[in-house]
Ligand binder design. Structure first.
Ligand code: NAD
Length: 245
């Protein structure tokens, strides 16, 4: 009984955020009990235990990983922040701390929310596959630290030691409670910044509905076992066709 209870417990790092909250809701519906590790607490829910802590502190992270089989990593400073030091500290150094904490606590699976921007060099990509190399010149420092982060997580994959990792790469995520994408577009439109067109108006961009990202994260976790071909791999996730932006 202890084993199956442990199997049904997971931790969502960044569970107070936009994607994290949707993921937590779905995990609860699927019968998991959920720990949330986040620097802020945005809601209260039955079946959820909050650990209000910075993911960079292993000491504070470890209690949130006890008896947990899966850790979902959905935390990052906002891409719009221009704090390089913070991006490096949280996305890169902090992720290394999470990997160490997973191993110490005996967590078997780590599912990372990466970003499609890790392969974006600034020119249109249509049907870009996972065979694309990491961007040599990422478009911003946020993306650069998402590359460092993803490499670290995938390199840590070690099924022989019963520790398995996988990464899901969405691009722009939209849906209820989105704090980033749509509000920023609306604000830009209101302040008259949408009157200009960059390029020929046929630039492509990829948006994914938040439930599809959640679905991808949960499928990844469910299919991550020692003999699975998804171990140590990254997967793009999208709705369907990219749309003109
Ligand atoms: P969000 O800002 O809504 O949520 C991120 C959460 O992480 C917040 O609740 C924040 O408090 C928490 N957090 C930040 N730093 C932390 C720290 N040091 N310790 C603990 N918690 C910390 O962002 P989101 O849109 O939900 O993004 C989730 C993940 O998805 C991120 O990894 C992001 O890089 C990735 N992603 C998002 C998009 C998008 O369009 N929103 C696209 C691609 C990838």
């Amino acid at each position: 009984a202890t084993r199956s209870r442990a199997h049904k417990k997971c931790t969502v790092i960044g569970g107070s955020g936009f994607l994290g909250q949707h993921l937590v809701q779905k995990l609860l519906e699927k019968g998991f009990t959920v720990n949330i590790l986040d620097v802020r607490k945005t809601f209260d829910k039955q079946g959820v235990q909050f650990f209000t802590a910075d993911l960079c502190s292993k000491e504070d992270v470890l209690p949130a990983f006890q008896d947990v089989s899966v850790v979902f990593h959905c935390a990052s400073p906002a891409p719009s922040s221009d704090n390089r030091e913070l991006f490096y500290k949280v996305n890169y150094t902090g992720t290394k701390t999470i990997i160490e904490a997973c191993k110490e606590a005996g967590v078997q699976k780590l599912v990372l929310t990466s970003s499609a921007s890790v392969v974006f060099e600034g020119t249109d990509l249509k049907n870009g596959s996972e065979d694309l190399p990491y961007a040599e010149k990422p478009i911003d420092y946020y993306s650069q630290t998402k590359i460092l982060q993803e490499k670290e997580v995938l390199r840590a994959n070690n099924p022989d030691e019963n520790f398995m990792t996988v990464a899901i790469r969405p691009h722009g995520i939209f849906g209820p409670q989105d704090p980033h994408l749509v509000p920023v577009l609306v604000q830009a439109a209101k302040s008259g910044k949408m009157e200009f067109m960059i390029g020929d108006g046929k630039n492509l961009v990829d948006f994914t509905y938040v439930d599809n990202v959640v679905h991808g994260l949960i499928l990844a976790a469910e299919n991550l076992h020692p003999n699975s071909p998804i171990c140590g791999k990254a997967y793009h996730i999208t709705n369907d066709e990219p749309i003109p932006f």
